[in-house]
Design a protein around this ligand. Structure first.
Ligand code: TXA
Ligand code: MG
Length: 346
């Protein structure tokens, strides 16, 4: 693979213009979104798409999300006439309520979208991100930017420009720095192409939010092997280099402290209860190996800090990370999904 060093630029007007021109020329640009940083390439350029797969080490069977910043672009990507009336209504309602935002919709694909983007599927994932620099970048390029999360395949997702620089900096052309991602978890992937809507990946929009708009939606969760509903949702994913063990709260609270192990609590209350359960001064010894996602146990705050915290823990040379699973409600479902996959090996 050719070595290059990405140009790391603050996401100002001038650098967005420069990066948009580079996208149009087939180059790869990592850019901030409110969920995680994306690794962008022109969605209509098969060579750029091939380079995305190569830079990430991503298997070709795992399709990309195409990012737009205007409804007009949706009509150039998705075959809206192929939707039945009920699905069309759901699309209209969801798009007007939740776009721009952390929601990706699976829709029938138009032939103009290269098969490489969709891994040969008859459907395409589309998202309209809210982050202002992302919107400007998309509008100034071809209006359709294919972008997976900007991390090597299977690893921790990037929520800061430095995460991208440290993992992909020698394989891509530009990194736009727009500061930390506000939501911190990937978009929710919702299938609207096959009749009854299904959530293929829990993410930054909760199931409760979606159901308030279109009624009951089952989580169509993903198995393994042929016929995966969302080909990228492999059992092991979002994983730090350090071994991670995801734990329900009750089980976590009774685990003993051991030297060298790290502790990731969902709330301050869980951490304090665990510390209270330890004998003698064991808590004192553990104090610099404790992390808490949200003092108040707020799922949105915890989501925003999840990947940054795992990146930090990963740099500490811990022998193991014990991670508390939050309750299912709201964004808790997506945090649980990421921690459970982070804990699977191979
Ligand atoms: O928040 C996000 O979605 C971020 C930012 C950059 O927008 N992107 C992201 O992309 O998470 P990626 O490639 O890491 O995840 C895309 C997910 C995968 O699980 C993939 O299998 C699924 O979307 N997907 C894409 N196209 C699909 C399709 N046609 N049918 C089913 N699943 C699809
Ligand atoms: Mg990803």
């Amino acid at each position: 693979m050719m070595q290059r060093t990405a140009k790391l630029l603050p996401a100002t007007d001038d650098s967005i213009r420069e990066a948009a021109a580079a996208l149009c020329a087939g180059k790869l640009v990592a850019f901030p979104t409110e969920t995680v940083y994306g690794l962008g390439g022109d969605a209509f350029n098969p060579r750029a798409l091939a380079r995305i797969f190569e830079a990430k080490g991503r298997p070709r069977f795992d399709p990309l999300i195409i990012h737009i910043a205007a409804l007009e672009a949706l009509g150039r990507i998705a075959d809206l006439r192929a939707l039945d009336a009920a699905s069309r209504r759901r699309l209209d309602r969801l798009a007007s309520a939740l776009w721009p935002g952390p929601l990706s919709l699976i829709l029938p694909k138009l032939p103009s979208v290269p098969d490489l983007a969709t891994s040969g599927l008859p459907t395409v994932a589309v998202r309209w991100p809210a982050q202002p620099a992302a919107r400007q970048l998309i509008l100034r390029s071809t209006g359709a930017v294919a972008a997976p999360s900007a991390n090597p395949f299977g690893g921790l997702s990037p929520t800061r420009a430095e995460h991208v620089r440290d993992s992909l900096g020698d394989r891509i052309d530009y990194i736009l720095d727009g500061g930390p991602s506000a939501v911190g978890l990937e978009s929710t992937v919702l299938d609207l192409a096959t009749g009854a809507p299904r959530i293929l990946r829990p993410g930054g929009v909760s199931r409760e939010q979606i159901e308030a708009i279109i009624g009951p939606v089952p989580a169509g969760i993903t198995g393994t092997g042929p016929g995966l509903q969302s080909p990228g949702q492999l059992p092991s994913h979002y994983a730090p280099a350090t071994r991670l063990e995801a734990c329900e709260r009750e089980a976590m609270l009774s685990l003993p402290e051991r030297p060298g192990e790290g502790w990731l609590f969902f709330s301050g209350a869980s951490r304090d209860t665990w510390l209270g359960n330890l004998a003698g001064d064991k808590g004192g010894a553990a104090i610099d190996r404790l992390w808490t996602l949200s003092e108040a146990g707020n799922p949105a705050e915890a989501a925003a800090r999840l990947f940054q915290t795992l990146h930090e823990m990963d740099e500490r040379g811990l022998s193991c990370i014990h991670a508390e699973l939050p309750p299912e409600a709201g964004l808790g479902a997506a945090i649980r999904d990421r921690l459970l996959r982070a804990g699977k090996r191979g």
